[in-house]
Design a protein around this ligand. Structure first.
Ligand SMILES: Nc1nc2c(c(=O)[nH]1)N[C@H]1C(S)=C(S)[C@@H](COP(=O)(O)OP(=O)(O)OC[C@H]3O[C@@H](n4cnc5c(=O)[nH]c(N)nc54)[C@H](O)[C@@H]3O)O[C@H]1N2
Ligand SMILES: Nc1nc2c(c(=O)[nH]1)N[C@H]1C(S)=C(S)[C@@H](COP(=O)(O)OP(=O)(O)OC[C@H]3O[C@@H](n4cnc5c(=O)[nH]c(N)nc54)[C@H](O)[C@@H]3O)O[C@H]1N2
Ligand code: SF4
Ligand SMILES: [Mo]
Length: 760
């Protein structure tokens, strides 16, 4: 394997900004962008990246009227004033001739690729008429709304609520849902990880040097490079994170839960856990300990292929660095149907060493209201929610609400894939319309064929997009949104260890006839006769409502782009608590042990951390206690098929962006040499993967960096619509191989399945 200098690599990994010549404009494209000089501000504008949903704070400016130079906003220290390679390529999206810059209406069959331009006014009129007709005939609840979470989704879901449907979905069940729901069950709220201060990091497939989040990626780099943290990685393939780790264990896909439980077993049996912390802050320890008694490292080895002695040693090393050690709870939580207990087992390993609210451990976000209360004064302004009076009362139940076990998922984004059965089989009732924004389920929701069938079966499909994505290709109307470099949005909360806000602002004037989504969904709302639910006229009035009409505060947030308040605070970290109490004379009195431990309140039924949960037991009988359950992810004669992110593309989103497509346009399938040898497959050969729901042809990459029983592909490639010119037909389409699954309790999709491999 190629040896890379670790230090050298780490320096490069999270630090690039780019300015490049604009791609030439192809003639004849739909509503192509005229290549005119860019208009906007030539001084730096502070804003927010949207090349992925990490949404890093950026600064951008126009160079010579021709280009946009993007870098990180230095005000946001943890992001290091940097953007990643995709963040630096924003100009290539902005000026991509294949971006849609006029509203489009389908004129052929769904998916046939025949489009006509339509005015915004006519598009709103026709869509609103159809929506109202569906509402009259089948009820408002028969229209689902979906959007990737973020400020856009707030506007999409506001319209849904005003229209009267409860069926709103973000990307949760395809991505973070399981770790969010697991945290809710145990802590009553989402948790954050403090990688940069951690001395010992255990990583179960968090691909953080490729699936980049500038702040967390840089935090991990700091921990490794500057502070000498030890990193242990469990991964079925030799990812970049595995390559930069101190040790890599090629775990069997989907079996992480057994190793996490075995770590807990050793922590308890060998008495390495923080007894005092458990006594004060945790309930359900005894039930958990009784369950975990049998989950020995020797048992986990038989399931996961990770050696028992390694698990035992790692548990001891981890505990010896307590509390400044962490088991990372990951990001994309779709490795097994037992995700709920996998992520709970990981949190349990953190709780046992008492790293909660400690440096290098896990902690709760400190938003203004709670922070101010501790300080005894208004250190940070609290944002107001614009009150909208008289919103319709919705009585229809959500399509994912029939089963009580998903109770915690409804409010965390919903079980997105339930749209498919509701559409195709009227389960639990018939859907007739789907209004979506900033989402590409054909690529990202699993079982592409079923998504296509569903889109074809509906009476109305609307997509708000930048491109004619694979999904938008099946819409009746495509509403083109201005890119993040052309639009403004509401102020967003970016609080971490202390309160922080930031805001998106336009860097260039809008190119073509596109609009920001807050405007699109407001105008559609007005056309629907729901204007009374939009007390804001434009984004400025909405922002002023957020800051309680404090003009100078708004000005400050806009000028700096990112504003943070107070001092970083972790409630059980004595030094931080002392500094905090020192800074604010009316601050809460420090506990006897020098911390604010008694100020920790968990929004669980008991008010404590719940290692075992009566509420979960009630929602999903038999699941109150964290347990191991055997899962069969593939048949004996199949290989595991797994995926991951690549550093130069985002999900199912950027494969048409010229600059990024030039860097990588295909996803060769990783195959172990012994597996390849049996089928006489060599690197570069054409191969085929066949699953229970589809088959895909691609190219082989023979590498020892993968388990023999597993194949891997970077996700997002192989688009099947011809409008994605640079992406269509290139590589394996992962969503076409994955069956549609709903995991217990957390409602997650499943991104691991069995495939047969053939040489073509
Ligand atoms: N460059 C880039 N950065 C991104 C994104 C992007 O698309 N591109 N997307 C953003 C988003 S939305 C997210 S959610 C994050 C994603 O962040 P991550 O969740 O870290 O990203 P993935 O690459 O999906 O990570 C999954 C990793 O798990 C491995 N894996 C697969 N199955 C298993 C298993 O059963 N066990 C273990 N232990 N490992 C397994 C895969 O090989 C892969 O390396 O990244 C964000 N940042
Ligand atoms: N097989 C498989 N499936 C996966 C994953 C995997 O690893 N493997 N990863 C999962 C994960 S972690 C996630 S988060 C999801 C992500 O999947 P999605 O939530 O679908 O998000 P993206 O693919 O990032 O982007 C969706 C669409 O948003 C459009 N878009 C980009 N910017 C804007 C904008 O400013 N406005 C509007 N209106 N549209 C915009 C893009 O053109 C793109 O078509 O995929 C999940 N699906
Ligand atoms: S991680 Fe990269 S692409 Fe994603 S928001 Fe940050 S700079 Fe932009
Ligand atoms: Mo994600």
């Amino acid at each position: 394997m190629i040896q890379l200098n670790r230090r050298h690599f780490l320096k490069g990994a999270g630090a690039s900004s780019a300015t490049c010549a604009l791609a030439s404009i192809l003639p004849g494209s739909i509503a192509a962008i005229e290549r005119e000089p860019l208009k906007g501000v030539s001084s730096e504008v502070a804003s927010i990246c949207e090349m992925c949903s990490t949404r890093c704070p950026i600064k951008a400016r126009i160079v010579d009227g021709k280009n946009v130079f993007i870098t990180g906003n230095k005000e946001a220290k943890s992001f290091g004033g940097k953007v990643c390679a995709r963040g630096g390529a924003g100009h290539s999206l902005l000026y991509d001739p294949k971006r849609i810059v006029k509203p489009l209406k389908r004129v052929g069959e769904r998916g046939e690729g025949k489009w006509a331009e339509i005015s915004w006014a006519d598009a709103y009129k026709e869509i609103a008429a159809k929506m109202n007709q569906i509402k009259k005939q089948y009820g408002a609840e028969s229209i689902a709304f979906s959007s990737k979470s973020g400020s856009n989704s707030d506007h999409v879901f506001h319209l849904a609520a005003a229209f009267g449907t409860p069926n709103t979905f973000n990307h949760a069940s395809t991505c973070p849902g399981a770790y969010v729901v697991a945290a809710k069950a145990m802590f009553g709220t989402k948790m954050k990880r403090d990688l940069s201060n951690s001395k010992y990091i255990i990583n179960f497939g968090h691909n953080i040097y490729e699936g980049i989040n500038m702040s967390e990626t840089r935090g991990m780099m700091q921990a490794q490079m500057d502070k000498g943290a030890k990193l242990v990685v469990f991964e079925p393939r030799f990812s970049i994170v595995a390559d930069k780790a101190d040790e890599w264990h090629a775990i069997r896909p989907g079996t992480d839960v057994s190793v996490a439980l075995a770590l807990c077993n050793v922590l308890i049996v060998d008495n390495l856990y923080d007894c005092d912390f458990i006594e004060k802050h945790v309930i359900g320890f005894d039930e958990f300990a009784a369950e975990v008694k049998d989950y020995t490292p020797e048992w986990a080895e038989t399931i996961s292929d990770v050696s028992a002695s390694a698990i035992r040693r790692i548990a001891h090393e981890y505990a010896s660095h307590a509390p400044h050690a962490v088991v990372d709870f990951g990001h994309r939580a779709t490795f097994t149907t037992e995700e709920f207990d996998m992520r709970r087992a990981i949190y349990a390993a953190n709780i046992l060493i008492g790293n909660i609210e400690r440096k290098g451990g896990i902690y709760m976000g400190k938003k203004a209201p709670g922070y101010n209360k501790l300080a005894g004064e208004n250190v940070a302004p609290a944002l107001a929610k614009p009150g909208v009076k008289g919103m319709p009362k919705i009585t229809a139940i959500r399509i994912d609400q029939v089963e009580k076990q998903y109770a915690m998922m409804w409010s965390s984004g919903g079980v997105y894939q339930t749209i498919l059965d509701a559409t195709l089989n009227a389960k639990p009732y018939q859907l007739k319309g789907w209004i979506m924004s900033r989402t590409n389920p054909m690529q990202t929701l699993t079982d592409r064929a079923k998504v296509e069938q569903s889109l074809k079966a509906l009476d109305l499909v609307v997509s708000c997009e930048l491109y004619i994505s694979e999904t938008a290709a099946f819409a009746d109307y495509i509403l083109p949104e201005s890119t993040y470099l052309e639009r403004d949005e509401d102020i967003a909360d970016k609080s971490g260890k202390n309160p922080a806000y930031y805001v998106r602002q336009p860097v260039v004037e809008i190119i073509g006839d596109t609009r920001p989504s807050w405007q699109i969904f407001r105008e559609l709302g007005q056309q629907l006769g729901l204007g009374e639910f939009y007390p804001w006229e434009n984004i400025q009035t909405l922002q002023l409502m957020q800051v309680n009409r404090d003009h100078s505060l708004l000005e400050k947030i806009k000028t700096l782009g990112y504003v943070s308040y107070g001092k970083p605070l972790m409630l059980r970290e004595p030094e931080m608590v002392a500094e905090f109490a020192n800074a604010y004379p009316n601050a809460r009195t420090i506990d006897e042990d020098g911390t604010y431990a008694t100020a920790m309140h968990f929004k669980t039924p008991s008010g404590k951390i719940e290692l075992t949960s009566a509420k979960v037991e009630e929602m999903a009988p038999g699941r109150g206690v964290i347990k191991h359950r055997s899962v069969q992810l593939k048949n004996a004669d199949e290989l595991y098929f797994i995926q991951g992110k690549v550093a130069v593309h985002t999900n199912g989103a950027t494969h048409n962006v010229p600059m990024l497509s030039n860097l990588m346009s295909d996803n060769a399938v990783w195959i172990h040499p012994l597996t390849a040898g049996r089928l006489n497959i060599h690197s570069g050969d054409a191969i085929k993967l066949i699953s229970s729901v589809g088959s895909e042809e691609g190219t082989a990459l023979v590498t020892p960096g993968i388990r023999q029983d597993t194949v891997f592909a970077y996700m997002g490639f192989g688009s099947k619509n011809k409008e994605m010119v640079k992406a269509s037909g290139k590589g394996i389409h992962c969503g076409n191989l994955l069956p549609n699954v709903i995991s217990p309790v957390c409602g997650m999709c499943l991104h691991t399945t069995g495939v047969k491999l053939e040489r073509v």
